[in-house]
Unconditional design. Structure first.
Length: 405
């Protein structure tokens, strides 16, 4: 199974990768995920090592919590440390140091985006491992490109840039006990010596001993992959399916596969036609969904269409909540009760900032537009005829609809 390192570049808006035996992710000549995947066979199983810039590591004190209940208790212990709601994160417990539990936290949407990208390029993701989990269990600092990978159990674990190293160490080593040795590893000895000198002069007594070793980050991480029980972000909702795509089918499948092959030969033509039709329908539904979303919520950037629709729907409820769902529901009731068969609603747009509906209508006469406005007000809405104009086909009007104050 291939093992690659992955890193989300917010600046470039894409996933960057490098094999563990190749260049560092800090290199300026890294490959994008599509570039690398183009050279791999379809359905290639891969093990991903996630860059520490794309997750965080926390040390949590959970006295009295058993290992069986640890995964359920962790999210609530971390709730005050997280910016968004708990369901926006994937949280994985990863062992203890003394009385502190180590927990890795990643944005669930980021993991979902990575898995969708891999699926689109026919890669089978088997594991998603935090890269700092591959560091030695001792106190260590490993040079990787222009950054340092840090592991100070119970204190800090992550990736730190050169410019931020001193202030980070000042906050972490302020109360560090002088009972631990530190292992510094770098591919160039002068980098290791420079850090050793900085620690000895800037943080005397922070460590009982400092050792420098000539070693690369790739080598350190490769050794870490040999450990058992490595933490994996692919749990719960991201649990990979246990199928035969990695070339290791279950034995009991073989007779069924032979029968299925005969059936597939007989029905291949029909399935190909049906598949083509379904693809065309899917693309059309997706296109119409995007067009509907842009019409309802103009100016908003579409990232995750289904999730954004769900969030908009959650804004519904009573009219007092001024949600999209409540406004559109009350507008529909007002239109239905008005009995204006000659009046048609031609378009609807929702202004999220102003929390207003902009409804365009076509009617045979201006009084019908006014009648719809009155019906909306009876529903407890605030309605205003923003414009109305005559043409050869009748009257075209525009109404602004919002909740009553």
């Amino acid at each position: 199974m291939l093992t690659i390192r992955v890193s989300w570049s917010a600046q470039r808006g894409e996933w960057l990768i490098s094999p563990l035996d190749g260049m560092s992710l800090s290199s300026s000549e890294v490959l994008t995920l599509p570039q690398w995947a183009a050279g791999q066979p379809d359905l290639t199983p891969v093990k991903l090592v996630l860059n520490a810039m794309n997750y965080s590591c926390h040390w949590v004190d959970l006295p009295g919590v058993s290992g069986r209940n640890l995964q359920r208790a962790l999210p609530f212990a971390l709730e005050e440390s997280l910016v968004d709601d708990l369901d926006h994160y994937q949280i994985v417990a990863a062992g203890k140091t003394k009385n502190l539990v180590r927990a890795y936290v990643a944005n669930a949407e980021l993991i979902e985006r990575l898995l969708e990208s891999c699926k689109a390029h026919h890669l089978l993701v088997r594991q998603l491992i935090p890269e700092t989990a591959l560091l030695p269990k001792t106190h260590c600092m490993v040079r990787d490109g222009h950054d340092w990978l840090l592991s100070l159990p119970g204190r800090l674990e992550g990736r730190v840039m050169d410019v931020a190293l001193t202030p980070v160490l000042e906050s972490v080593l302020d109360e560090q006990q002088t009972e631990s040795a530190l292992d510094i590893r770098a591919s160039a000895m002068d980098q290791a010596r420079l850090l050793e000198t900085s620690l000895e002069t800037g943080f005397p007594g922070a460590f009982t001993d400092i050792q420098t070793t000539l070693d690369s980050a790739d080598s350190v991480l490769q050794q870490g992959l040999e450990q058992s029980g490595l933490p994996n972000f692919l749990t719960g909702q991201f649990q990979p399916r246990n199928d035969a795509s990695d070339g290791k089918p279950n034995v009991w499948w073989r007779p069924l596969a032979a029968l299925a092959a005969v059936w597939l030969v007989l029905t291949a033509g029909y399935l190909m036609v049906q598949n083509y039709q379904l693809k065309a329908q899917t693309l059309e539904v997706q296109k119409q969904s995007v067009a509907l979303y842009k019409q309802l919520f103009p100016g908003e950037r579409i990232r995750m269409l289904e999730r954004q629709f769900r969030e908009k729907l959650k804004e519904g409820g009573s009219i007092a909540s001024v949600g999209f769902v409540s406004l559109i529901n009350s507008t529909a009731q007002a239109y239905s009760s008005s009995g204006l068969k000659s009046l048609k609603i031609t378009s609807v747009r929702y202004n999220d900032r102003l929390q207003e509906l902009m409804v365009e209508v076509a009617a045979s006469k201006l009084s019908d537009v006014q009648a719809l406005r009155q019906s909306l007000e009876k529903q407890g809405l605030k309605a205003e005829v923003a414009s109305a104009s005559n043409d050869k086909n009748g009257v075209k009007g525009r109404l602004k609809i919002g909740a009553s104050a």
